[in-house]
Design a protein around this ligand. Sequence first.
Ligand SMILES: NC(=O)c1ccc[n+]([C@@H]2O[C@H](COP(=O)([O-])OP(=O)(O)OC[C@H]3O[C@@H](n4cnc5c(N)ncnc54)[C@H](OP(=O)(O)O)[C@@H]3O)[C@@H](O)[C@H]2O)c1
Length: 367
Amino acid sequence: MSGNRAAFLLEPKGRFEVRDAPIEQPGPGEVLVKVQAGALQPADEKVAKMAMLPVEYPAVLGSPVGGIVQALGEGVTKVAVGDHIVCGTKIFTHKKPKYGGMQRYTLVDESEVIEVSNLLVGSYLHRTNSRGIQVGDTDFTKVVTLGSYTPPGCLFGSNTLNMQYPSIPANPLAADEEGKKILIWGGSSAMGSLCISYAKQAGYTVISTSSPHNFDLLKSLGADHIFDHSDPTTVDKIRNLFPIHYWLDTISLNQSVTTICKILAPEGKPATKAYIHMLLPMVMAGNPTLPEGVTAGMHRFSTHAPENADWAKYFLSRGGFMEQGIKSGVIKGVPPYSLGGLEKVSEGIEELHKGVSGKKVVIDPWA
Ligand SMILES: NC(=O)c1ccc[n+]([C@@H]2O[C@H](COP(=O)([O-])OP(=O)(O)OC[C@H]3O[C@@H](n4cnc5c(N)ncnc54)[C@H](OP(=O)(O)O)[C@@H]3O)[C@@H](O)[C@H]2O)c1
């Protein structure tokens, strides 16, 4: 096994340095992955620039990763050595550098691994995993844009929006959900784009927003009604689509929260009662006062929580919805923005700091 290299954030708000790192052995329930593509997410930027979440330094950030299973910890049966997988990393829960994505080898949790071998149906099968099954070429750069369980967590968790589960093919909605609509604010974000495709696959009508240059992307994801988030007429246009049954703000900053509140509470009129599911804490939006009858809550979701056991079985198990959705192509997101190798991690953080539009920053640790 050739050696590991990682992009280390040397200290809080410090600089990155690429250097050799140990290849760690997987503990019970862990999987060692040879990373082929790793994504940077806004949380990485918030940690790198503002030290907003605690991690051990020198730190290795990044999630999710796509790659090839290299070794299995005790008790792992979900995947085999040689399988192609995508998985969120454990860096913000376990904090140690061996769990970050910006390196050639990382450790992930078996329970969250999604097997994606044979993603390209009919592709040339040329690798064999340890169970003797042939696996094909995988476009890891694309796969890594799809490997987040936050979108299905937001939409389908029993303590989140609790919408009807998606299926392949999409089943009609049950009688009590029939015709229901969801507003997904921020449809060109990495999370928003995935939420659109999950909600469509569950059979809902999707209303979403982005800048006009991303309208085609939102259309390709299946959004039914698309509006410019900066156009003042969007408020009335969305209100004309009432009733809207589910509200998801994937941006969760002051402009998005206050605009959603304007839709719910036209000046001088009582507000429509609603719960807004947010991806950031209200303090990041400047703690705006919500109209009476409107509540909001931040997405906090553990795939291990007992109340999410059914959810985890449906979405994360071998052959479960995420595996099927990614392999079949029904789960779609923003395109990858491949920056290059580990030396580009710092540049990737700067891109996120400036704000990306309709794309996901992806690093190839072997480039
Ligand atoms: N709580 C959790 O578990 C959790 C998990 C994942 C992510 N998050 C958080 O969720 C947020 C989104 O993450 P992400 O990776 O999806 O972000 P992202 O892809 O970096 O978001 C970029 C997009 O945001 C859009 N945008 C910016 N301002 C907007 C506005 N006012 N209204 C509508 N769209 C706007 C831009 O749209 P246009 O370019 O089209 O204008 C752009 O496409 C981040 O803050 C992240 O930290 C939280």
